[in-house]
Ligand binder design. Structure first.
Ligand SMILES: Nc1ncnc2c1ncn2[C@@H]1O[C@H](COP(=O)(O)OP(=O)(O)OP(=O)(O)O)[C@@H](O)[C@H]1O
Length: 385
């Protein structure tokens, strides 16, 4: 039997879940069509692993519902978790979790490790072994089939874990930062393998990552999660060019500042961002325009932020920020301030703003964005309901 023939029939994922955590509830509405690939991005502690745990059946739901959906015209739904129903146990969900560290069984050789899933699903010993060997061949480790995991490098072990995950024939594969524990040499190989096998098998996937490049390579859609709520739903390439959340902006290298959307001077049609007593001019994002009187984000590319001397209040267009990072390279100086804005200016401009020399961490500067995109600062699920 070829490894490819074990491919599951197309299944998607539909979840609307609430998990209680001490500091906040993790709430997410996620829909991944059969064969779709969704990246889950967000800062540390945002709730990404909690969501994967809930989908896998390891974390109980407080509210909501998780279902796998069939593809084709007769779309069927299999509910895995919902209030008042007994939750489907982890091993019966058809959902496989690939973690950062390859958690292989140390007492089993590689072929037995990979054959474990198919055997647990009731496949005969010989057939499961042939399938496992096929997968080991695919990940380039067939010649190590009889060895135990401890004889392999971390990258090789992750390739075995990948073979094991796919050999189980999951409807949905959950990938929790699958390259985080790998070095720069192993990462491209494992990433290439994963990209290829996801495309070849058409397995529906949910990927947690901190890298925009992973979302770009492996996902067709992504969501940004902050403090347990979804702040942005978009395509990976859009995050890179037009982010609409704090984390998305930071990930793509933009500066982002929080404020209130206020009417422009003399009630001008174009709103401004009020940050403390500064009024920053901006252009409302056409797809997520902020409402006046509500909190909003101002997002700017570093090259659109100027530095002014502290006592320069021209048009009250600047905001004072404390410097938290300075990087000088190739005739440019990148300055990051604690208020979220990032500026990228020439050394001469930096010297003008500081009165000579480069800014130092802890000093205060006036940052004036010349072009700010104003975006509503609202939970996505709230907006959708
Ligand atoms: N087993 C648990 N019991 C209770 N609270 C937890 C548990 N695991 C995580 N938390 C809390 O839930 C919140 C979300 O954590 P989670 O690990 O899901 O975030 P994450 O986005 O995956 O973070 P990271 O990127 O650091 O892995 C955090 O406040 C965390 O402290």
């Amino acid at each position: 039997m070829s490894a490819g023939s074990e491919r599951p029939t197309g299944a998607g994922l539909a979840a609307d879940l609430v998990v209680r955590r001490e500091s906040f509830d993790v709430c997410a509405r996620l829909e991944v069509p059969p064969g779709g690939r969704l990246a889950l991005l967000g800062p540390n502690g945002a709730g990404k692993s909690t969501i994967l745990g809930a989908l896998a059946g390891a974390v109980p739901l407080a509210e909501g519902r998780i279902a796998v959906t069939g593809g084709g015209e007769q779309a069927r739904e299999r509910v895995l978790d919902a209030p008042g129903r007994r939750s489907v146990p982890t091993h019966r969900r058809g959902i496989t979790l690939l973690e950062q560290r390859p958690l292989l069984f140390p007492h089993l050789d590689l072929v037995a490790n990979v054959a474990f899933g198919p055997r647990a699903r009731g496949m005969g010993r010989r057939q499961a072994r042939a399938l496992a060997l096929d997968w080991l061949e695919r990940v380039g480790l067939a010649d190590r089939a009889a060895q135990r995991p401890h004889r392999l490098s971390g990258g090789q072990q992750q390739r075995v874990a990948l073979a094991r995950a796919f050999a189980a024939g999951p409807s949905v594969i959950l990938l929790d930062e699958p390259f985080a524990a790998l070095d720069a040499e192993s990462t491209p190989r494992v990433r290439g393998l994963l990209t290829r096998e996801l495309a070849r098998t058409g397995t529906t996937a949910l990927l947690v990552t901190h890298q925009l490049s992973d979302a770009w390579d492996l996902a067709d859609r992504c969501v940004v999660l902050e403090s347990g709520t979804i702040r942005e739903r978009t395509a990976p390439e859009q995050i890179a060019t037009t982010p609409r959340s704090r984390f998305g902006a930071r990930l793509a290298g933009f500066g982002v500042i929080e404020g209130m959307c206020a009417p422009g001077a003399d009630g001008a049609a174009r709103p401004v961002l009020r940050v403390g007593d500064a009024l920053l001019p901006g252009v409302p994002d056409p797809d997520a325009p902020p409402r006046r009187g509500e909190s909003a984000l101002g997002i700017a590319a570093p090259e659109d932020v100027d530095l002014l001397p502290l006592d320069d209040h021209r048009g009250r267009a600047g905001v004072v920020g404390q410097v938290i990072g300075v990087q000088a390279s190739a005739g440019r100086v990148r300055i990051e301030a604690e208020n979220g804005l990032i500026a990228q200016v020439s050394p001469e401009a930096a010297a003008r703003a500081t009165g000579g020399g480069l800014p130092v961490v802890g000093s205060r500067l006036r940052l004036a964005p010349s072009s700010l995109r104003l975006v509503q600062d609202r939970r996505q699920d709230e907006a959708a309901r």
